[in-house]
Design a protein around this ligand. Structure first.
Ligand code: SF4
Length: 464
C-alpha cells in the first residue's frame, strides 16, 4: 500500500528552497517517485525530478535557488514517467503564475476538466491540479483570493491538502472533511505549512496547530492569516494516517501517531488474546502496534524479523525470479528467536495478502512452532478513492472472504483483526469524524456506484 504525496509551503526571510528541501526529506515516506520545489524569484520557477529527493534534485544546486516563498511536493504515483508530470504544477494564467502541490484525489476531476475545456481551456498536462489552477484563475478575475478559493472548493469534490502559490503569495488549504493531514508551524525567520509535523521538527521549528478542515491559511515571513471557508458538521480524517501512512513521530489532529499505534496494539491484544512466546513486529510498519500488543498481553517483544534497509521501495528488480524473492530480500527471520517458538506477528494491515503469506511461510520455514497474525486495522473490504493505492475489490484479500478463509490463505494458525469499534476507541476520535470507507464500503464523498454516508451540510453548502 502506498500513500499519495506530501506537501510543503514556506515563507521565510531566508532562502525558502533549502527549508523546503529538508521538509520534503522528512516527508519522503509519503512519496518516493518524484519531488519538486517551486519558488518565487521575480516569477515562479519550478524545479522537479524523478526519484527520491537526493536523486530528483541532483542536477540543481539548492544553495543557489533564490526566493523567500515556495512550495514543495513528494510524489507517489505509478503513472509518473517524466519530471514534467511531477508536482508542483505551474501554470501561467490570466491571473498570473499559479503553482499547486496536491495530496489527495479530486473525485470529480473528469467532469471538471470537461467543463473547463468547453469553456475554452486547453490542458497541457491533463491533470487535476491544472483544472484547479484554471478554476482559480477564472474566479480570480472577479474575486479576492479567499473568495476565489471558496468558489473553487464548491466545484471540487474529493480529498485535498494543497499548498498553493499565486505569484508571490503562498497558502495551504485543507478539504472540508480534513481527509488528508496538514499543519502549520513557525520556523526561523518565517512560517511553514506541511503534511506532517515532522517536517516542522526537522527545521528546528515549532508546531503551531493543524490546519482545520475547510481552512485556507496564507503564510508570510512575519505571520499567518486564516480564512475559515467552510465548516462541515462532521469530518472524515483518514484513519490509515494513524495506522500506517504517517510517520510515528508526527502529530496529526492533536494525536501523536506513535501513541495511537501503541493503543491500537493494546486494543488488538484485548480483542484477540493468544498464548505465545514472542510478539514479533513486522519492521517498521508494525513496530509501535507490536509494543502495545506486548504491553497489554505481557508477551515479550522480540525482533524476530530483520529488515534489509538497502532495498528501496523504488528499487527496480531486474528479473521475475528476483522479484519473487522480494519479501526474502527485505525480511529475514532470526533463527534463535523463531525456532521452536510460538510467534505472534503484528502488522498494520493486510491488503492483497501475498506479503503476509510469504512472511508466515518464512517463519515456518525457519522452525516457528506456531504463527499467529494480529492486524491493527479492520479488514480492508473496499477500494480507496482518495489517493491511496488500493483500487479494485478483486485485489483485496478481505473483500468477499471470511476471516477463516483469509487465515487459511495466508497459512496462519490464527488471525485477528482489530474491530471498527476497537479502532475508534484506540484513536479516541468520534467515529463520525473518521473516513472508514475502505473498511465499511461507505464513503464521505459521493462516489458513483458506492454507498454515501451523511455529509448533508457539505451538500447544502455546495448548492448555496
Ligand atoms: S478509504 Fe480508507 S485509505 Fe482511503 S481515505 Fe478513507 S480511510 Fe483512508
Amino acid at each position: 500500500m502506498n500513500e499519495g504525496c506530501g506537501v510543503v509551503a514556506v515563507a521565510s526571510r531566508n532562502r525558502a528552497a533549502e527549508s523546503i528541501y529538508l521538509a520534503l526529506m522528512a516527508l519522503q515516506h509519503r512519496g518516493q517517485e518524484a519531488a519538486g520545489i517551486a519558488v518565487f524569484d521575480g516569477e515562479i520557477k519550478n524545479y522537479r525530478g524523478l526519484g527520491l529527493i537526493g536523486e530528483a534534485f541532483k542536477d540543481f544546486d539548492i544553495e543557489k535557488i533564490n526566493g523567500q516563498v515556495g512550495i514543495g511536493h513528494v510524489y507517489y504515483s505509478i503513472k509518473i514517467s517524466t519530471p514534467e508530470n511531477a508536482q508542483p504544477t505551474l501554470l501561467h494564467t490570466s491571473a498570473g503564475d499559479i503553482a499547486i502541490a496536491h495530496n489527495g484525489i479530486i473525485t470529480n476531476a473528469e467532469d471538471l476538466k470537461k467543463e473547463l475545456m468547453e469553456e475554452g481551456h486547453n490542458f497541457f498536462y491533463g491533470s487535476e491540479e491544472e483544472a484547479i489552477a484554471y478554476l482559480l484563475a477564472d474566479s480570480l478575475k472577479e474575486r479576492s483570493v479567499e473568495k476565489a478559493v471558496k468558489y473553487a472548493m464548491k466545484k471540487i469534490e474529493g480529498s485535498y491538502s494543497f499548498t498553493l502559490m499565486l505569484n508571490d503569495r503562498v497558502f495551504g488549504l485543507r478539504d472540508p472533511l480534513g481527509i488528508k493531514p496538514l499543519c502549520l508551524g513557525k520556523i526561523e525567520n518565517g512560517y511553514i505549512i506541511a503534511s506532517e509535523s515532522v517536517a516542522i521538527d526537522v527545521l528546528g521549528g515549532e508546531f503551531i496547530r493543524d490546519v482545520e478542515p475547510g481552512e485556507l491559511i496564507e503564510i508570510t515571513p512575519d505571520g499567518y492569516k486564516s480564512y475559515k471557508l467552510i465548516e462541515e458538521k462532521h469530518k472524515a480524517h483518514c484513519f490509515f494516517e494513524y495506522v500506517y501512512f504517517a510517520r510515528a513521530d508526527s502529530f496529526i489532529d492533536g494525536i501523536e501517531v506513535y501513541k495511537a499505534r501503541e493503543r491500537l496494539g493494546r486494543v488488538l491484544a484485548e480483542e484477540h488474546p493468544v498464548e505465545a512466546d514472542y510478539v514479533v513486529p513486522i519492521p517498521d510498519s508494525g513496530r509501535a502496534h507490536a509494543y502495545g500488543f506486548s504491553k497489554a498481553s505481557g508477551i515479550p517483544v522480540a525482533e524476530g524479523l530483520m529488515k534489509n534497509r538497502y532495498i528501496a521501495r523504488t528499487f527496480i528488480l531486474p528479473t521475475q525470479k528476483i522479484r519473487e524473492r522480494l519479501v526474502q530480500l527485505k525480511l529475514n527471520p532470526v533463527k534463535s528467536i523463531v525456532e521452536g517458538k510460538k510467534i505472534v506477528i503484528v502488522d498494520d494491515s493486510i491488503v492483497r495478502g501475498t506479503t503476509m503469506k510469504k512472511i508466515v511461510g518464512l517463519l515456518r520455514h525457519h522452525g516457528a512452532k506456531e504463527v499467529h497474525v494480529r492486524i491493527a486495522s479492520p479488514p480492508i473490504i473496499a477500494p480507496c478513492y482518495f489517493g491511496i493505492d488500493m483500487t479494485t475489490r478483486d485485489q483485496l484479500i478481505a473483500s468477499g472472504r471470511s476471516i477463516e478463509d483469509i487465515r487459511k490463505k495466508i497459512g496462519a494458525d490464527s488471525l485477528g483483526y482489530i474491530s471498527i469499534e476497537g479502532l475508534v476507541k484506540a484513536l479516541g476520535i468520534d467515529k463520525n469524524d473518521l473516513c472508514l470507507g475502505c473498511v465499511t464500503g461507505e464513503y464521505p464523498v459521493k462516489i458513483k456506484g458506492e454507498r454515501y454516508r451523511f455529509q448533508e451540510s457539505l451538500e447544502k453548502w455546495r448548492k448555496e
